[in-house]
Design a protein around this ligand. Structure first.
Ligand code: PLP
Length: 309
């Protein structure tokens, strides 16, 4: 079940469209060039989570690529219309899916393209659909991950703004290809590294690692994520978790992070709005920490993250 609501000047709360019928011109530059921006956010029981952070990042992504998109209040109206329509029409989740997800969760995607060639008007819509049960499984079981070279150095973002690094653009074909590559090799997911061997991010997630030390009898818990200067996407989930972890007494740090840091960590996670916190069991076949520590820290941080949802 998918609900589509187009942002349309003639419909201030958005225009519902039939998701099973064609709705975009074949000349739309989002289709022909992947020229556009998007966001994916989680809604629980009909309430979108971290909506302001997602609207802010959508605006920044659009600004980076000189794309004029509708104002935040129009997105808000369309999101409300879409979630209401989804709640009205969505059949009850099957028992298996409902228990895997524990709550009534759905994905809300905000998408804006440069519009049809020559029209100088963006195409923008909200799409609401079910959360994949596979994501809930990843949170519970954890992931086997491969390190893959992204092929450029960590200082490229500042030197080459035309590469749109740090923007959430529609051009995710490379990210999906990296995932397929990992799946063919029997892994679940990927952590990209830079040409100069720094840890970057996953194809659809931020990377997080924890170090626990107990030097003078006082346990110190430290969470680290790669620095944004490396051109990675600023993760809204990582940002929310860092704020909650700081309030709970964790120390926070921003990279540089090397592959050796990951292998030395007590725990590593891939974290994103849809997947939330998925522990990494192995990287290139090497176990990260121990299962006990991974499970304990994952439970602690998942509880903190749940407070932010
Ligand atoms: N990095 C990339 C490349 C992503 O695609 C995503 C999410 O899709 C993230 C990080 C995590 O972002 P968020 O926590 O805002 O979902």
């Amino acid at each position: 079940m998918t609900v589509l609501v187009f942002l349309d000047p003639a419909h201030p709360a958005g225009r519902l469209a039939d998701a099973a019928s064609p709705a975009i011109l074949a000349t739309d530059q989002g289709v022909t060039r992947g020229d556009g921006v998007f966001e994916s956010m989680l809604a629980i029981n009909g309430v979108p989570r971290k909506i302001q952070a997602h609207l802010d990042r959508l605006a920044v992504s659009a600004q980076i690529m000189d794309l004029a998109i509708p104002a935040a209040d129009l997105w808000q109206g369309a999101i409300t219309t879409a979630l209401t329509a989804y709640a009205d029409t969505s059949p009850q989740a099957s028992d298996a899916v409902a228990s895997a997800l524990a709550e009534d969760q759905c994905v809300v995607r905000l998408i804006a393209t440069r519009g049809p060639e020559g029209a100088n008007a963006p195409t923008a819509w909200v799409q609401v659909s079910a959360v994949s049960p596979a994501l809930a499984e990843q949170r519970a079981k954890g992931l086997d991950v491969l390190l893959l070279d992204r092929g450029y150095d960590s200082d490229l973002a500042a030197r080459a703004p035309w590469l749109l690094m740090g923007a959430k653009t529609l051009s995710y074909a490379v990210n999906m290809a990296a995932l397929r590559h990992a799946h063919k090799l029997g892994a679940d997911d990927v952590i990209f590294t830079s040409g100069d061997s720094l840890v970057l991010e996953g194809p659809t997630s931020s990377v997080l690692l924890a170090h626990i030390s107990d030097d003078s009898g006082v346990p110190v818990k430290r969470l680290i994520t790669p620095h944004l200067d490396t051109g990675i996407l600023p993760g809204t989930t990582q940002g929310a978790l860092f704020a909650a972890a700081k309030a709970a007494g964790w120390e926070l740090g921003y990279g540089p992070v090397t592959p050796a840091d990951l292998l030395d960590a007590d725990a590593v996670w891939l974290i994103s709005s849809m997947r939330l916190l998925a522990p990494v069991n192995t990287i290139d076949g090497a176990e990260i920490g121990t299962r006990d520590i991974r499970e304990r820290l994952s439970a602690e941080l998942s509880a903190l993250l749940a407070q932010t949802l």
